[in-house]
Design a protein around this ligand. Structure first.
Ligand code: G16
Length: 540
């Protein structure tokens, strides 16, 4: 490894003195102007990770739900998963090294991880539609090539498509073909197969309205729709031809504001959904006859999916162990419904798909969703093989259920939460069960809730425990939250520093919207006062 060449090349991607960024919930994220050196260095790190694992590693340039002027980067590990935690630490160290220390930090990672410098490296790169993404992905490639790595640049991709490509390449094609064509065909074939089984919807008359957040999801749906048109038509809104990315639209806006995106024509009862900026999250919604907006978030998606999978297993006669994984943001009603009515074990992890994904891998079938609509279902290799065998062997109703489950296994993107794949899964389940969006929504009633953001000087002053449900520091904050929560019936609240934005997030839940709103405001004020709030004080 020619560390001198790295130093020379790095001068073209010089780190601004003193700028320290951390590998957060989903990689590095900040204003795109500050990211050139990070991109170059993540190209370097991807090469080391690829050499160490002797596998293809992915690098995705995106800031997902963040505003258009931000950008970000994350590395994708061999099975399409998020980067291993010990390597996140290397990433932060590498990103923080001043120019003159870069060779030393690289050499330390090589030694610590026993990287064989002679080993070849292969990196795949993808990017979202942000104006800054193309140039930043070139900086990644610069980092890859200076360390002698080979690469394939997929150009514009959704984040989950890049995860899929990495998984395909490292499974020697067992998971699928590592091309856009392969992705479209695998998912569409499974979807169309399922729609043939739906009595009233296999005739091509089914449609759904999709808000694409003015992002990559629009391009990729347009590219893919002819593959599945037989089963579903998609009417695209916020497709990027006019508005700004994630501005007043997209899954994050709809979930956090609990209102429809701008730019979508919604009639009462229309089934609508929103993707986020890189199409790894999805939420559904509709308006009732009185014009009232109803949100169907990741918790209800998890409930629909896990109950349907359970029904299929019952029909096949297979007793497999299904678990659902959520985070502290999961609505209390969803957890109660899953545990008490559906009798499915529910686990809570820290925010971040990486945490949920690993927990979900512990089950035969693990369904994980964050309330914000980020999630998927995972099937163990043994379960996948068994179901696919049963699909061929069994006859009658049992065989039909096994074949449907086999198709669902192919339809889920098991590398990462994927808005396109999840939308097709949801549409297939609704069609097969003959459920309207209102009937789905009525499975249980969400507890009213509110999410707010508070600006503080340094959000790292807040640390948490118990899957982020309790604040450990600063002193007195958790006691203050406890006292506030006590004032309301069946209420709960927590705070945590965001890993993707420079804010502290506040969540409150109560039996009425008014109580949830007031509690969220009061907790925000406590954060502002005890954790060094800056700027405008939270307003009621
Ligand atoms: C990312 C992560 C999600 C997480 C979200 C918000 O989503 O992949 O798991 O829920 O950030 O994280 P935080 O609250 O720490 O800011 P995305 O869609 O932006 O990639």
């Amino acid at each position: 490894m020619d560390l001198e060449a790295v130093s020379k090349r790095s001068a073209f991607h010089a780190k601004p003195q003193g700028l320290i960024l951390q590998y957060g919930t989903a990689g590095f994220r900040t204003n795109a102007q500050h990211l050139d050196h990070i991109m170059f260095r993540m190209g370097l790190l991807a090469v080391l990770r690829s050499k160490q694992t002797r596998s293809t590693i992915g690098v995705m340039v995106t800031a997902s739900h963040n505003p258009e002027e931000d950008n970000g980067v994350k590395l994708v590990d061999p099975l399409g998963e998020m980067l291993a935690p010990s390597w996140e630490e290397h990433a932060t160290r590498l990103a923080s090294a001043e120019e003159q220390d870069l060779p030393k930090v690289l050499a330390a990672i090589v030694e610590r991880e026993a990287v064989d410098p002679q080993q070849t490296a292969f990196i795949v790169v993808g990017r979202d539609t942000r104006p800054s993404s193309e140039k930043l992905s070139q900086s990644v490639i610069d980092g890859v090539t200076v360390l002698g790595g080979q690469f394939h640049d997929y150009g514009l991709l959704t984040t989950p498509q890049l995860h899929y490509m990495v998984y395909c390449r490292n499974s020697e094609g067992r998971y699928g073909q590592a091309t856009i064509e392969g992705y479209c065909q695998k998912l569409s074939r499974a979807f169309v197969e399922l729609m043939k089984q739906a009595s009233c919807s296999g005739d091509g008359s089914r449609w759904v309205k999709v808000d694409c957040a003015n992002g990559i999801g629009a391009l990729k749906l347009k590219e893919m729709e002819h593959y599945f048109r037989q089963g579903l038509s998609v009417l695209l809104f916020n497709d990027g031809t006019e508005g700004r990315l994630n501005h007043l639209c997209g899954a994050d806006f709809v979930k956090s504001q609990q209102k429809p995106p701008q730019g979508m024509a919604m009639k009462p009862g229309d089934r609508c959904c929103s993707f986020d900026g890189d199409a790894d999250r999805i939420v559904y919604y509709y308006c009732d006859a009185a014009g009232r907006f109803h949100l169907i978030d990741g918790d209800k998606i998890a409930t629909l999916i896990s109950s349907f999978l359970k029904e299929l297993l019952l029909e096949i006669g297979e007793n497999l162990n299904i678990g659902v994984v959520q985070t502290a943001y999961a609505n209390g009603s969803s957890t109660r419904y899953l545990e008490e009515v559906m009798k499915v074990p529910v686990y809570c992890t820290k925010t971040g798909v990486k945490h949920l994904h690993h927990k979900a891998q512990e089950f035969d079938i693990g369904v994980y969703f964050e309330a914000n609509g980020h999630g998927t279902a995972l099937f163990s290799e043994a379960v996948e093989a068994r179901i696919k065998r049963l699909a061929q062997e069994l006859e009658d109703e049992k065989g039909r259920a096994a074949r449907m489950l086999a198709s669902f296994i192919d339809l889920f993107n098991q590398a990462a939460g994927d808005a396109i794949s999840d939308m097709l899964v949801i549409e297939a389940i609704l069609a097969l069960k003959g459920l309207s969006v209102q009937q789905w929504d009525a499975i249980y009633a969400d507890l009213p809730n509110r999410q707010l953001k508070v600006k503080v000087a340094d959000r790292r002053v807040i640390s948490t425990t118990d899957a982020e449900r309790q604040a450990v520091t600063p002193p007195g904050l958790q006691e203050a939250i406890n006292d506030l929560v006590k004032k309301y019936k069946l209420a709960r609240a927590f705070v945590r520093p965001s890993g993707t934005e420079d804010v502290v997030r506040v969540y409150a839940e109560a039996t009425s919207q008014e109580s949830a709103d007031t509690l969220a405001y009061e907790v925000s004020l406590a954060v502002f006062q005890l954790a060094g709030g800056i700027g405008e004080r939270p307003q009621p």
